[in-house]
Design a protein around this ligand. Structure first.
Ligand SMILES: C[S@@+](CC[C@H](N)C(=O)[O-])C[C@H]1O[C@@H](n2cnc3c(N)ncnc32)[C@H](O)[C@@H]1O
Length: 252
């Protein structure tokens, strides 16, 4: 490198976990402490940001349903320009960075710009929700598969190309991300494809935050509850042969 060339920085794409700072990995906490710039999502704000060292620049680039948010191209451009200025950049993403988090777009932008990066995996809200409710995501005989699906496409509506046979499979634990608004329609489709409305369901809101709420119910009851409901907090819906009654975590 010539003396006048800027040293290339480095980008760590860091998983913030569901919100509880104790669910950050040690590596995530270290990257936050050493960062010079942190670009964070709305869902990756709050107490986890206390791990950021003094003097680091904090940039909110939140994308939250129904609220104004930074465009993906803008986030990509910020990542690239801060790294090209030779800085240690952390891109903090909620839950596990590789699950419904537009990670691929950011990796492509970094690769195209020739910027070195790493991905720091973490605790997805799906496993945090199951843990908070005291249930496993898989069960030895009754739920040999677990699937993570999205309840919203880019327009916020239920995706049109849903694999109904897969998501109405009664022998699977299904976790629906971003699915509160569309759940009544999803539940209708599930019933039409043979999944009983009495199938156990868990609604897990604000997992890992002080206002965490867990509701053990059924697919039908939850669909009724979600009809016309305002979505304010992040929430997950789990349904399938859930092991309610196994543990006592999160009761009350
Ligand atoms: C853009 S996705 C990101 C998912 C994230 N990468 C993960 O692994 O949890 C955002 C959705 O994840 C779910 N979510 C994220 N954090 C949550 C939390 N703390 N409690 C409940 N749901 C959460 C909600 O369904 C929310 O709409």
């Amino acid at each position: 490198m010539s003396d006048s060339a800027q040293p290339t920085g480095f980008v760590s794409l860091v998983s913030a976990g569901p919100g509880d700072p104790e669910l950050l990995t040690l590596k995530a906490a270290r990257r936050l402490a050493e960062a010079e710039v942190v670009l964070f999502d709305d869902l990756a704000s709050g107490p986890v940001l206390q791990q950021v060292g003094p003097g680091a620049e904090l940039i909110a680039v939140g994308k939250r349903a129904g609220r104004p948010s930074a465009k993906q191209e803008h986030v990509n451009a910020l990542l690239v320009s801060h790294a090209q200025a030779g800085r240690r950049v952390v891109r903090l993403k909620s839950g596990d960075a590789g699950i419904f988090g537009r990670l691929e777009e950011e990796l492509l932008a970094l690769t195209e710009a020739g910027i070195p990066f790493e991905i720091v995996p973490g605790v997805t809200s799906a496993s945090a929700a199951a843990a908070a409710a005291g249930i496993p995501l898989t069960r030895r005989l009754t739920a040999r598969r677990v699937q993570f699906v999205t309840g919203a496409d880019v327009t916020g509506e239920l995706p049109e190309d849903i694999n109904w046979a897969a998501i109405a499979d009664p022998a699977v634990t299904t976790v629906v991300f971003m699915g509160q608004r569309s759940f009544p329609k999803l539940a209708q489709g599930l019933r039409a494809h043979g999944l009983p409305g009495s199938t156990p369901a868990l609604f897990a809101e604000s997992v890992g935050h002080p206002d965490q709420r867990l509701l053990r119910t059924t697919v039908d009851e939850l669909a009724q509850m979600m009809e016309g409901a305002q979505v304010v907090q992040p929430g997950l819906i789990l349904y399938g042969p859930l092991a309610f009654g196994t543990g006592t975590a999160g009761k009350g």
